[in-house]
Design a protein around this ligand. Structure first.
Ligand code: CTP
Ligand code: MG
Length: 229
């Protein structure tokens, strides 16, 4: 039986959001955003361990009570200067626990609205896959390329274009090797692609968006409250 664990990079500063504290600690439906993100992973029966990677100077984690997330959670204060570095440091911290062929799901702290059924679709859809893959949505809008004057220089065909989300699920050993060799990537799939593999896309939905700007947090609140009612 395949074994699954998760790693949540949560060492960013949320510069684009522009709040006084990192966006992952902002209040969302009565909890810090990070709580919702971790809770979906901790509640998933398939997943054995959940690592959360904080920045070394994180002053906020200890202000909250995370006990209700249960015993799967492991906290590492080894975040790096970039997301890829935070993930690589978290992978190193998990070395004593994970086997080379264990599945590892890397999931952004800033995606608090992942639905449990999409998480299962990812685990099940890739369980026998030789490479692994990620949740993603086919691009729905018409795409425009802008010139320097912000005028449209071209309409870009959207056929075959997908928006990448997280979790991104790869074998622990392959992911460690790929990230060590290709550290300048913005997601795990990018490192796997650079290593010569073709990650599989698993259909997600747009509610699993990344909270980047203040309007996204208001939308996340609506999504989560809508699910509870
Ligand atoms: N992240 C991280 N370590 C970093 C940078 C980002 O662990 N050095 C994490 C963030 O905490 C977030 C995820 O990677 O959960 C996705 O990154 P992003 O949405 O870009 O978050 P921030 O980097 O915090 O935001 P910004 O780019 O606006 O500063
Ligand atoms: Mg960032």
């Amino acid at each position: 039986m395949p074994r699954y664990s998760a790693l949540v990079p949560a060492a960013g500063s949320g510069a684009r959001f522009g709040a006084e504290i990192p966006k992952q600690y902002l209040g969302l439906a009565g909890r810090p955003m990070l709580y919702h993100t971790l809770s979906v992973l901790c509640e998933c029966e398939r997943i054995e361990h959940v690592w959360v990677v904080l920045s070394a100077g994180d002053e906020w984690w200890d202000a909250y009570d995370w006990k209700s997330l249960g015993p799967k959670l492991r906290v590492e204060r080894c975040g790096g200067a970039t997301r890829a570095e935070s993930v690589a440091n978290g992978l190193a911290a998990a070395a004593g626990v994970l086997r080379q062929d264990d599945w590892l799901l890397v999931h952004d702290a800033a995606r608090p609205c992942l639905a449990p059924d999409r998480l299962l679709a990812l685990c099940d859809g890739l369980a026998d896959d030789p490479v692994g893959g990620l949740l993603a949505v086919p691009v729905a809008d018409t795409l425009k390329r802008a010139d320097g004057d912000r005028r449209v220089s071209a309409t870009v065909p959207r056929d075959g274009l997908w928006q990448a989300q997280t979790p991104q699920m790869f074998r622990y050993g392959l992911l460690c090797r790929a990230l060590a060799e290709h550290s300048g990537v913005t997601d795990e799939a990018g490192a796997i692609e650079a290593a010569g593999y073709r990650p599989r896309l698993i259909v997600s939905d747009t509610t699993n968006f990344k909270v980047t700007y203040p309007a996204d947090l208001r939308l996340a609140e609506l999504v989560l409250r809508g699910r509870k009612s």
